[in-house]
Design a protein. Structure first.
Lengths: 186, 165
């Protein structure tokens, strides 16, 4: 018996329209895609009335980090200076790094970790800045205060340190009067 | 009839019924995955940094919430995209507050209802997100924050660029 073979062409998918669609959509979405994700740091602006009450709690750390042009001064509002961390590198001729404050920030993070182990319930901290402190420096210090150092794997920080931050003016260096006026408290 | 080489080729192919198939499957796979990835990542951000503004980097992972947006670039202060003051004039003035900014914030506050009181019955301040250029001095930031606090926008957040780790 003679077998008739049907010469059948393989079925083809009509994918031209689909390809057209994605060829248009992919460049469009690529152009509007946001690759740098934003995040926020919350600030507690000191309320004018709450401040006087907070000052009168004994046995509690009132952590303050003063950002000077040449150093970070970590202190307690009542107890005074705890440690002063020099910001500038010992070698002034060293080429400007992308993050010149990184060693000081790391030292700050180490100190804050020690403070956190001593006062585990403490969540509040105040960052005091001088008038010409750059916003970048302020945010770096706040970020260090809030999150602590990156661990060795570069993953998220191991623990929260002092997430409730407020911002104020640095006291003038000569006088001992601290925290004379703050934004919002004025 | 004189045919060009391309036409000859087309004739030959039509006669033999042999179509040249492009192998598009891999391309379509890639495009489809890319399409879903981009669709899922698009439109999730409540906040977008304007071009030319260099935000500081931080490890913070708190996501921005839709609030009033205050942008401080090297030259101007914008509230919700509208210019309210210039940086130079604000720094030059001796006032602790920024009058035009306060006026605009008061307008915004009047236009929107006050946020509901918190669970403990305390007054909840209005929220504002500050997008500041990394080089602005603290003196400027202080005036802006003092103005925000004065205009009942006491819940201030600083926008930062998430550090790639």
């Amino acid at each position: 018996m003679r077998v008739r073979r049907l010469h059948k062409k393989p079925a083809e998918l009509e994918i031209i329209a689909f390809i057209n669609l994605i060829v248009v959509l992919v460049p469009f979405l690529l152009s509007v895609a946001v690759f740098s994700r934003l995040a926020v740091i919350d600030i507690d602006l000191p309320a004018p009335t709450a401040e006087a009450l907070a000052q009168l709690q004994p046995g509690k750390l009132q952590l303050e980090v003063v950002i000077r042009a040449d150093a970070f001064e970590v202190g307690d509002r009542v107890g005074g200076l705890i440690q002063r961390i020099e910001r500038r590198a010992a070698d002034p001729t060293a080429p400007a790094a992308t993050e010149p404050d990184r060693p000081a920030l790391d030292a700050l993070a180490t100190l804050l970790l020690q403070l956190k182990t001593r006062y585990p319930d403490q969540k509040e901290a105040t960052v005091l800045a001088e008038t010409d402190t750059a916003y970048d420096t302020l945010v770096q210090v706040m970020d260090t205060l809030r999150a602590g150092p990156l661990d060795s794997t570069g993953a998220s920080p191991q623990a929260e340190l002092f997430p409730r931050l407020s911002v104020g003016d640095a006291p003038v260096r000569a006088t001992a009067s601290r925290n004379s006026n703050k934004p919002g408290g004025a | 009839m004189k045919l060009s080489s391309l036409q000859k080729r087309a004739h030959r192919q039509a006669r033999h019924g042999a179509r040249m198939d492009m192998n598009l499957v891999a391309l379509i796979d890639v495009f489809t995955i890319l399409l879903f990835f981009l669709l899922s990542s698009a439109g999730t951000d409540a906040l977008e940094a304007p071009a030319g503004l260099r935000l500081p980097m931080a490890q913070s992972e708190a996501s921005p919430t839709p609030t009033v947006v205050l942008t401080i670039s090297g030259t101007d202060i914008h509230l919700q995209g509208q210019r309210v003051a210039g940086v130079a004039e604000v720094l030059a003035s001796g006032d602790t507050l920024i009058a035009p900014l306060q006026a605009r914030l008061d307008e915004l506050a009047a236009a929107s209802p006050a946020p509901a009181a918190g669970a403990d019955g305390r007054h909840v301040p209005r929220a504002v997100t500050i997008l500041g250029d990394k080089d602005i001095p603290y003196a400027l930031l202080r005036k802006v924050m003092a103005t925000c606090a004065q205009a009942q926008y006491a819940d201030v957040s600083f926008a930062v660029q998430r550090r790639a780790v």
